[in-house]
Design a protein around this ligand. Structure first.
Ligand SMILES: [Zn+2]
Length: 109
């Protein structure tokens, strides 16, 4: 379950940035093609944040839908997996959104 190590990194990053202050809110952006399960992050968060400056912080997760661009005709297509097919018949789709995972915002007390 790689979400556990990802969540640990998020908590480390947030508490580092907070510089000893209490973290009250963390907002994450998770792409739907990233392979990261939001519910698993939520589940791990309480465990990872326990006894840190981020204990009790609110966790907001924004999910970004997958999007690709056809390398042949340039059309943008929605993607539910990191591959797909364009209306023109091409399967040469470049993923342009949905693979990211980052911390968008955080708030400290
Ligand atoms: Zn196309």
């Amino acid at each position: 379950m790689h979400e556990l190590s990802i969540t640990r990194e998020i908590v480390d990053l947030a508490t580092d940035k907070a510089g000893g202050r209490r973290v009250t809110r963390i907002a994450l952006v998770i792409g739907q093609l990233s392979g990261i399960v939001s519910d698993a992050i939520r589940f791990c968060f309480d465990v990872c944040a326990c006894s840190t400056a981020a204990e009790g912080a609110r966790l907001d997760i924004e999910e970004i839908p997958g999007r690709g661009r056809c390398r042949v005709c340039g059309l943008e297509v929605p993607l539910e997996q990191p591959f797909g097919q364009c209306e023109c018949g091409s399967v040469r789709i470049e993923v342009i959104a949905g693979e990211e995972m980052r911390m968008k915002e955080m708030e400290v007390a």
